[in-house]
Design a binder for this molecule. Structure first.
Ligand code: NAD
Length: 244
């Protein structure tokens, strides 16, 4: 069954010109970056309302930054895994692709992806709420917590999207432009995500349309599994290299 599905997925991918790839925390799991909602994920150990909301930051910026500093320090030395490299290869091989990631790490870029739309921002950037300035910052651990804006001296925040906040508008525009240009993609790949956000489900379904193929790669059943034409059940780092 799985061999048959793998073969079908290979054929659909080989024939595809337009490709939407959606990734989530699972694509980085084999690199050693913890996921969120798995039984051993971050949200089983930390309350997201205390570390990933604007209210938590306003109440205790030091505690929120300590959590991000620990995550940045843990992520500092991780390397892309075969799933990231396979995604980059697909992007280079196909005429028109869009990579939409929910991940705040930069492992797609490290693997050579020519483009990655980070809908939830980047853990390697800070933003000054007063000035609106975004700056790259790869220091981990940070020398001072909470870090301050180098021009105005105010508190900066991680440039990530917290619960209750709007997702990145520039990335929304890019996805909408991609969808507007093609109407439908030949193949939509949804990799390592619970697909628990409505916009992820909606974009994936819209891109698949009536004639595209939706391929899901995930060891578990998720919110998008019922819509998937092909569900390749297993770790992305093992399955993706077999497809590319
Ligand atoms: P998730 O933790 O909800 O789901 C991870 C998925 O990966 C699961 O479906 C799991 O089965 C799968 N998986 C595990 N190992 C895998 C492997 N080796 N190969 C393939 N799949 C594997 O993560 P998500 O779906 O990305 O959604 C959570 C999102 O919430 C995050 O991406 C994050 O951006 C976002 N978020 C984060 C914050 C924050 O950090 N401040 C706040 C709000 C939202």
């Amino acid at each position: 069954m799985r061999d048959g599905q793998l073969q079908t997925a290979r054929e659909r991918l080989a024939a595809a010109n337009t490709l939407l790839i959606v990734t989530g925390a699972g694509v980085s799991a084999e690199s050693g970056v913890p996921t969120f909602r798995d039984p051993k994920g971050l949200w089983s150990r930390f309350d997201p309302m205390k570390v990933a909301t604007p209210e938590a930051f306003a109440a205790n910026p030091k505690a929120v930054w300590e959590w991000y500093d620990a995550r940045r320090t843990q992520m500092r030395d991780v390397k892309p895994n075969p799933a990231h490299f396979a995604v980059a290869e697909l992007q280079r091989a196909k005429a028109d692709t869009y990579l939409l990631t929910q991940n705040v790490d930069d492992l797609h870029e490290q693997a050579g992806s020519p483009q990655a739309g980070h809908i939830h921002g980047s853990i390697w950037e800070t933003r000054c709420p007063a000035e609106g300035v975004v700056r790259p910052d790869r220091r981990a651990p940070l020398p001072e917590i909470p870090p301050k804006c180098e021009t105005c001296g105010g508190l900066v925040r991680p440039n990530v999207v917290w619960f209750g906040e709007l997702i990145r508008e520039d990335v929304i525009d890019e996805v909408e432009t991609f969808l507007g240009r093609h109407g439908e993609a030949d193949v939509v790949m949804v990799i390592g995500t619970e697909a628990s956000f409505h916009y992820i489900l909606s974009w994936a379904n819209q891109a698949r349309g009536a004639s595209g193929t939706l391929i899901e790669i995930n060891p578990s059943v998720t919110g998008i599994t019922p819509a998937a034409d092909i569900h390749l059940q297993g770790p992305a780092g093992e399955i993706l290299p077999q497809l590319v």
